[in-house]
Design a protein around this ligand. Structure first.
Ligand code: FAD
Length: 385
């Protein structure tokens, strides 16, 4: 029986194991390994920080996975030997015929001087939970949503955060007492989609939110309460919401699959296979050239799953990975927009925008619930997610 070991049960790992389980049922041996006990959608962190959902409600425990052929193991991956297709975890060593690395990106708030001491991050669950209280107490002064590293998950997230912060402070009657600014390393909020960027910039202009382009926040001077940008500009802050530096997980760098903490795993752009036969890198951990987002991890997982199915059944190889995906964008005012981006099939990335609407709010909800249903399988009667 083919042994597939999947490291990481995020968007990529869950999508891949679901497709393989649907195709083979008990006739495949899949081990899905994650150090965490529950899956959390990235966008749910915004819901938590702005008090729209309780922290417990966004956790989807892996123990609920009911998928023939799939064994979930909660354990930390300590080392990976790609030439032997072997992973060593706290719960033992696993040898594979096919090894899929889907460990995502690690966050490193400490890489930005002053961020841990004087700012906040909203990219981890702990950071989002802590911000619930911080935001409730925030009364006045400049608020900055700042990106601190060039490569980061979900490029729309800083803009969404600014728009949701505007609504949150307006509802609390504190908006007049604050300024909101977004610092990003791009020239526009969503470079592949000029229409989406225009809509976001128009929403910023309407709400008095400042967009600081082509810059990173390099440090916070916590004594003077200023953020120091990559071009040397200083911006005063009272509230700093940071997107931390992202790194290739150390266990992946140590395995030789990546050259260093910022060298995302090189893969064949069409197949997602690494330079080691039978070893694939899916999702945020790879350097295929798509943004770091769940929808791209999911698309990559589909291509790898099709390749594994073809290998086992002896069928034709799947078509190449196209780097396409749809992202929902929170615009505030209870509206969600959508951008469909395609990174790899044409000569340059393209994006198509759908105007914010209440219908897209419902579509985003369905996006989440349908994935939980598919990835976790049937729930015991009476249980809801
Ligand atoms: C605020 C925010 C908003 C977002 N909004 C969206 C959105 O609207 N749409 C969208 O598509 N994407 C969004 N994203 C991005 C999305 O969450 C990620 O890009 C996506 O989860 C990447 O999937 P992945 O499978 O590559 O990695 P992940 O989902 O990060 O999964 C990696 C898994 O590996 C595990 N792991 C890591 N190291 C180890 C180890 N050593 N041992 C064992 N397990 C380990 C982790 O616990 C994790 O479960 C958002 C992200 C954030 C932070």
């Amino acid at each position: 029986m083919t042994r597939v070991v999947v490291l990481g049960a995020g968007f990529g790992g869950l999508e891949l194991t679901t497709i393989l389980s649907d195709a083979f049922g008990d006739a495949i041996d899949i081990v899905l390994i994650d150090k965490s006990d529950a899956f959390v959608f990235g966008f749910a962190k915004l819901d938590v920080m702005f008090g729209r959902r309780m922290p417990a409600a966004i956790r989807h425990p892996y123990r609920d996975i009911v998928k023939p052929g799939v064994r979930f193991l909660q354990s930390a991956v300590r080392s990976i030997d790609p030439s032997a297709r072997r992973a060593v975890t706290d719960a033992g060593t696993f040898d594979a015929d096919v090894l899929v690395v889907a460990l995502g990106a690690d966050l490193d708030p400490a890489a930005t001087p002053g961020l841990v001491e004087g700012g906040h991050e909203f990219y981890s669950v702990a950071g989002a939970v802590a911000l619930r209280d911080v935001l409730q107490r925030f009364e006045r002064g400049p608020a900055i949503i700042g990106v601190t590293g060039k490569s980061f998950k979900c490029p729309p997230a800083p803009s969404e955060t600014a728009l949701l912060l505007h609504d949150y402070l307006t509802e609390r009657g504190r908006r007049e007492a604050t300024d909101i600014a977004v610092v990003m390393p791009f020239g526009t909020p969503i470079p592949p989609s000029p229409d989406t960027s225009r809509a976001i910039l128009a929403a910023f202009a309407e709400r008095g939110i400042k967009f600081v382009k082509d810059n990173l926040v390099r440090a916070l001077d916590t004594g003077r309460k200023v953020a120091v940008l990559s071009d040397g500009t200083e911006m005063p802050y009272e509230l700093f919401l940071g997107v931390p530096v992202h790194r290739v997980p150390a266990v992946v760098v140590e395995s030789g699959l990546a050259v260093d903490a910022f060298g995302w795993v090189p893969v064949n752009k069409k197949t997602l296979e690494t330079s080691f036969p039978g070893v694939y890198a899916v999702g945020d951990v790879n350097g295929v050239g798509t943004p770091k987002a769940g929808v791209f991890a999911e698309g990559a997982a589909r291509v790898v799953a099709a390749a594994i199915i073809a290998q086992i059944r002896g069928g034709a190889s799947p078509g190449p990975y196209n780097g396409a995906g749809s992202c929902y964008v929170e615009f505030g005012h209870d509206q969600v927009g959508r951008v469909d981006v395609d990174f790899l099939s044409g000569p340059k990335p393209t994006g198509t925008f759908q105007e914010p609407s209440a219908a897209l709010v419902a579509e985003k909800l369905h996006f989440g619930s349908s994935r939980l249903q598919r990835w976790f399988g049937n729930l015991p009667a009476g249980m809801t997610r």
